[in-house]
Design a protein around this ligand. Structure first.
Ligand SMILES: [Zn+2]
Length: 373
């Protein structure tokens, strides 16, 4: 978590990450430096950054509204020091939907930038631009009338930067969507990821040559984001369409709420099982996870009854659920294991190891895919 909710818009909570104030401090220092009134410069920096992030919310909201329109759910928009992230349940499958969703953000930023520029033309004499450029580049005195020019320029920059064809930037999605019209989705992804990685190398090299730390950071961020996207698509290609019933562990050892923790520890040491369903009079009443066992041992010792450390609330899955969707949900919630239940009947456990196993098997032996249903 580590974030605070600001407000909810169109049913989407907008949150700020706890590290967000870092960018405000950075802005205060950057804008305050070299000003005759350091405090006024710093205040300008903070205000302009807050306004900029308001525009970032609009950018993310534009992505989100298109995602919702195409049947996805948006869990939240989070503001981080380097930008905003809209957390979507899934990316629309059809290339043209992903294209529209990806373009919505940069187009919004572009429209804000152009709109502000037009407004400035109406409100101020033309030389405000030359004054503004001089003040920004040579550290001249900042005046509040530079607020709008600054926002206009940064929004246009935001639109342009996000259109660079590299994951996880919007331009990477645009590129993938365009490629996916011409070729299969996973090949389009691989190609888009490679192009993005080449671009990341180029950015990183530019950063190194120019001694620009921020550019190097951005290059790193782009490189890692691209690799993650590729892994996600590979995982999806491997697991989507496979059912939970293909992958879960049947009839695991069960424990009783009054059993001592040592009982589970013995079984962990003897066998391969590290998570246990907890049954009381034939009813599934809890889950004892590996983490629960470790925490219990550390805090209470091996004689504590299992009921003290078992989870009483836990999600359950059906054998007919889609393996990729369950994998996504488990990695989002950090769940190590979920019980598989069919019409009230306990069948077994689905663990992270089961998912890894299924992924590896399908990757080395794709014929499993043809017999997936
Ligand atoms: Zn965007």
């Amino acid at each position: 978590m580590g974030s605070l909710k600001l407000f909810t818009i169109k049913g989407i909570p907008v949150r700020v990450h706890i590290t967000f104030p870092l960018i405000l401090i950075w802005a205060a220092i950057q804008f305050g430096r070299g000003q005759s009134s350091v405090w006024q410069g710093a205040l300008f920096g903070v205000v302009v950054t807050l306004l900029l992030f308001f525009c970032v919310v609009l950018h993310e909201l534009a992505h989100s509204l298109f995602a919702i329109r195409f049947g996805s759910r948006v869990n939240e928009i989070t503001l981080l020091p380097l930008g905003g992230v809209a957390q979507m349940e899934r990316i629309p499958d059809r290339p043209y939907q992903e294209l529209l969703m990806a373009l919505a953000g940069p187009v919004t930023s572009g429209v804000i930038g152009v709109g502000l520029a037009l407004l400035i033309l109406l409100l101020f004499p033309l030389r405000i631009w030359t004054d503004f450029v001089r003040a920004i580049s040579s550290g001249g005195t900042l005046s509040w009338s530079y607020l709008l020019p600054y926002l206009a320029v940064t929004n246009l920059f935001l639109a342009g930067f996000n259109l660079l064809p590299a994951f996880p930037l919007d331009g990477g999605r645009v590129l993938r969507a365009v490629l996916a019209i011409m070729m299969p989705y996973d090949r389009a992804t691989t190609l888009a990821v490679r192009i993005g990685q080449v671009l990341a190398w180029a950015l990183g090299l530019l950063g190194l040559l120019g001694g620009d730390v921020l550019l190097i950071l951005v290059a790193l961020f782009v490189y890692v984001g691209a690799s993650q996207e590729e892994r996600l698509v590979q995982l999806k290609a491997a697991l989507a369409g496979l059912r939970v019933r293909k992958a879960y562990s049947h009839s695991p050892q069960a424990v009783h709420p009054e059993d001592p923790l040592s009982y589970a520890v013995d079984m962990m040491l003897e066998g391969f099982q590290s998570d246990f369903p907890v049954f009381d009079e034939g009813r599934l009443v809890g889950m004892l996870t590996r983490n629960g066992v470790l925490r219990g041992l550390k805090e209470f010792g091996p004689q504590i009854p299992i009921r003290v450390v078992m989870l009483r609330e836990f999600p359950i899955v059906s054998p007919e659920d889609d393996l990729f969707e369950i994998q996504q949900r488990m990695s989002e919630t950090g769940a190590e294991v979920v019980p598989v239940v069919d019409e009230g009947r306990f069948l077994g456990l689905l663990t992270r190891q089961d998912l890894e196993e299924a992924y590896r098997l399908v990757t080395v032996y794709p014929a499993l895919l043809s017999r997936r249903r």
